[in-house]
Design a protein around this ligand. Structure first.
Ligand code: ZN
Length: 262
């Protein structure tokens, strides 16, 4: 196992803290959710390409050489709080991008990386090209956003985002690009990865229909904040509806005024 640079330890500590929040929010039941971080820029020394065990996997070519923190398949995110080495690992993808090795963590019998690995890797490749500041990919199950993904307005993304923004100023301020409404696709598939990347061309939050949400940002806290604020909008609108009224909300002029101070 490699000794981790302090910068890497800091990122992992943030993930650990945020995983606790996800559990408290009830956004991470059982093994729900997965997290990855592109750590390539945090490792100054070259990591040996002669690992104990190479695990074959067909990655996209541009992922060659990447160092990623990833959570484990079937792992409970709540365990990232106090047993992170059993629940997650750091992998190095070989230069040919046809295998990886675990260089830290994964200390549990039968440990495997998340079944959403292809989505995570494709997003990191996309980020490298388009948004290199975004190092983390966080997928979780924000309750109210999922409920709203069952509502007919999910099929009208402009209306969906307006419904979130109009509920209070912070949502327009901190999620100005809104949420991308991605139609249902099976977990762990290339189809889900592709529709997610389509969404990330315009925003950093993708809502997977009838499933959950994914955010990409500079670090774990910023990704959590994006989802937390967006979910607050969903919670407010659902609360209004369940109280029996459909709020007019902030006017277009008020929203435009907020847009001008971003
Ligand atoms: Zn999920």
């Amino acid at each position: 196992m490699h000794i981790l640079p302090d910068k890497v330890k800091n990122e992992i500590d943030k993930v650990s803290e945020i995983a606790g929040f996800l559990w408290e929010r009830q956004w991470a039941e059982r093994n729900a959710g997965n997290i990855s971080i592109n750590l390539s820029s945090f490792f100054e020394n070259n990591i040996s390409d002669k690992p104990n065990k190479l695990i074959k996997y067909n990655f996209p070519k541009d992922a060659g050489g990447m160092l990623l923190f990833v959570t484990g398949k079937g792992s409970r995110l709540r365990h990232l709080v106090d047993r992170i080495k059993e629940t997650s690992c750091i992998i190095k993808i070989n230069d040919e991008a046809n295998a990886y090795s675990i260089i830290w963590g994964g200390e549990k019998d039968g440990f495997e990386v998340t079944s959403e690995i292809i989505t995570h890797v494709l997003i990191h490749v996309f980020n490298l090209e388009n948004n290199p500041q975004n190092k983390i990919v966080l997928h979780t199950h924000p309750t109210e956003l999922i409920v709203l993904s069952h509502h007919p307005i999910f099929k009208d993304q402009d209306k969906f985002n307006h419904s979130l923004w109009k509920m209070c100023p912070e949502i327009k301020l901190f999620v100005p690009q809104g949420v991308y409404c991605a139609q249902y696709a099976l977990s762990g598939t290339q189809a889900l990865a592709e529709i997610t990347i389509e969404g990330l061309k315009t925003t950093n939050i993708v809502l997977w229909e009838m499933h959950g949400a994914l955010a990409t940002a500079e670090n774990a806290e910023m990704a959590f904040d994006l989802l937390d604020v967006a979910n607050k909008g969903a919670k407010l609108i659902l609360t209004a509806w369940s109280s029996g009224f459909d709020p007019a909300g902030l006017s277009m002029e008020q929203l435009e005024e907020l847009g001008s101070i971003i």
